[in-house]
Write a protein that binds this ligand. Structure first.
Ligand code: TRH
Length: 391
C-alpha cells in the first residue's frame, strides 16, 4: 500500500487485446517504464499471451504467472476469481475500458486507503479530449471513483509514452553507421540497397499499397521497402510472385520489397530510426515514429462511418506545420483525400511532391517532438495524477 501520500509502491494494469498488437504494445511499454524508472511493483494482467509473445519473444504463452523485465505478468483468463484486499495494487489501471474482474473490484472496496482506479483511454488529437482528461466517474453502487486518463499532444492531456533514455539511445544509434548497416544486414539488405531510400511499411489492409508500389517501381529513385511479415500480405505476395514470408525479396523496376520477421519491440524502434521514411499505424507505432526524427505517414485504425478521418484531420492540423504535401499524402493514404469514391488519387503527382518535401518534413517532425515532450511523459504524468488523487 501507499507508504505516504506521495508514494505508491504497487500498480496493476489490466489489458484486453482487442486485436493486433497495439493494446499489449502500449501496456507493456507502460509497465516496463513504471517498474524501471519509477520503482513501482507492476502486475500486468493480459488475456492474450500469444499476441504479447510476438512483440516480446521472452513471453511464455503457456505460463500463468511469469516475471519479465521486473514486471509480474499474469494470464488474465476470465472474469472469475476471488481476491482479498491484500491482493489489490495501490493504483489500478484498466486499459481502454476493459472490464476488470468483479471480484477484484469487490476487494478494492475493502482496501484502506482505497486504490486509485484509472481508465487509460486511446489517443486522439481532437479537442474534446482536453475536457475529458482526468474526469472522475463516481461508481453509483460502490464507494469508488474511476478517473479517465487520456494520452495526448497538449498540456491539458496526459502526454505520450516516452522513456527517459530514449532520445540518447536514438542519437547513439543514428550516429553509428556500422550499427545501422549491421541492423539492416540481418534482414538481408544488400550494400547496394543501403544507398537506396529505405522505407518501413506497417499499415492496415485497406492502405493503397498497390498504387504506391506502381509509382515507386516506375520512378527514378531506388527504394527498398521493408515490410514486416503479415502486413499487406496480398499486395506483397502479388509483388513477390511468392509467399510473403520473412526473408522473401524481389526487385521490380526501382523498387525492392523485402519481408522482415516481426521483430521484438526494441528492434522495431531501431527500424524506425534506421529508415528514411516510415509508414506506421494504430497508436503505438504511430507514437514511436514521432520520436524517430524521420518523416512518417500514419495509417489510422479504421472506424465505422469514417470517424477516423476526423481524428486524422485533428492530428494533421496540429502536426503538419502547413506542409501541404504531407497533409495531402496522409489524407489519400487513409482514403480521405478525394471528394468521391470514384475520384482517382493522383499518386504520380503526390509522391514526388511528398518526396521533395521530406527534408522539410523531417525538420518539422523533430520540432514537433520537442513541442510534445514539453508536456512531460505519460508514465510520469499518470503517476503524478494518481498520487494527487489518492483519497
Ligand atoms: O497493431 P496495431 O494495429 O494495434 C492497435 C490495435 O489494433 C488496437 O486494438 C487499436 O486500439 C490500436 O491499434 C489503435 O498498431 P500499433 O498500435 O502500432 O501497435 C503495434 C505494436 O507492435 C507496437 O507496439 C509496435 C509493435 N511491433 C513490434 O514489436 N514489432 C514489429 O515488427 C512491428 C511491425 C510492430
Amino acid at each position: 500500500m501507499f507508504l505516504n501520500k506521495n508514494q505508491a509502491s504497487s500498480l496493476a494494469i489490466f489489458c484486453k487485446v482487442v486485436d493486433n498488437f497495439g493494446d499489449i504494445g502500449i501496456c507493456w511499454r507502460l509497465a516496463r517504464q513504471l517498474q524501471q524508472e519509477h520503482g513501482i511493483a507492476v502486475t500486468l494482467w493480459v488475456d492474450d499471451l500469444r499476441s504479447f509473445q510476438r512483440i516480446c519473444p521472452d513471453v511464455m504463452s503457456n505460463v500463468e504467472v511469469q516475471q519479465l523485465a521486473g514486471v509480474t505478468v499474469r494470464h488474465w483468463r476470465n472474469q472469475e476469481g476471488i481476491f482479498s484486499a491484500s491482493d489489490i495494487a495501490d493504483i489500478v489501471i484498466e486499459f481502454f475500458a476493459c472490464d476488470i474482474p468483479p471480484g477484484y473490484i469487490a476487494a478494492m472496496v475493502e482496501c484502506n486507503p482505497r486504490p486509485v482506479w484509472l481508465n487509460l483511454e486511446g489517443l486522439s488529437a481532437e479537442e474534446w479530449v482536453e475536457g475529458c482528461h482526468t474526469l472522475s466517474s463516481p461508481q453509483s453502487r460502490l464507494p469508488l471513483t474511476k478517473y479517465f486518463f487520456f494520452p495526448g499532444f497538449t498540456n491539458k492531456t496526459g502526454g505520450l509514452l516516452h522513456e527517459s533514455s530514449l532520445e540518447e539511445q536514438r542519437q547513439q544509434f543514428q550516429s553509428n553507421q556500422a550499427a545501422i548497416t549491421a541492423f539492416f544486414a540481418q534482414f538481408g539488405v544488400t550494400p547496394a540497397e543501403m544507398s537506396s531510400l529505405k522505407v518501413s511499411l506497417f499499415c492496415y489492409p485497406q492502405a493503397p499499397v498497390v498504387a504506391l508500389f506502381e509509382q515507386w517501381q516506375s520512378g527514378d529513385t531506388s527504394i527498398t521497402c521493408l515490410v514486416p511479415e503479415g502486413v499487406a500480405v496480398d499486395t506483397i505476395q502479388a509483388f513477390l510472385g511468392a509467399e510473403a514470408k520473412a526473408g522473401a525479396a524481389r526487385t521490380r523496376g526501382a523498387l525492392t520489397v523485402r519481408v522482415l520477421p516481426f521483430v521484438a519491440q526494441p528492434d522495431y524502434d531501431k527500424l524506425l530510426w534506421a529508415c528514411d521514411l516510415n509508414f506506421v499505424r494504430g497508436e503505438d507505432s504511430f507514437v514511436r515514429a514521432q520520436w524517430a526524427d524521420k518523416p512518417f505517414i500514419w495509417h489510422i485504425y479504421p472506424q465505422d462511418e469514417n470517424l477516423h478521418h476526423k481524428k486524422l484531420s485533428a492530428f494533421l492540423q496540429r502536426y503538419s506545420g502547413g506542409i501541404e504535401s504531407l497533409t495531402a499524402f496522409s489524407l489519400c493514404w487513409n482514403g480521405a483525400g478525394t471528394e468521391s469514391m470514384e475520384e482517382q488519387v493522383n499518386w504520380a503527382a503526390l509522391w514526388p511532391s511528398f518526396q521533395a518535401d521530406m527534408p522539410k518534413i523531417a525538420c518539422r517532425s523533430a520540432e514537433w517532438k520537442w513541442q510534445v515532450l514539453v508536456n512531460g511523459d505519460l508514465t510520469s504524468n499518470l503517476l503524478k495524477f494518481a498520487r494527487a488523487s489518492r483519497q
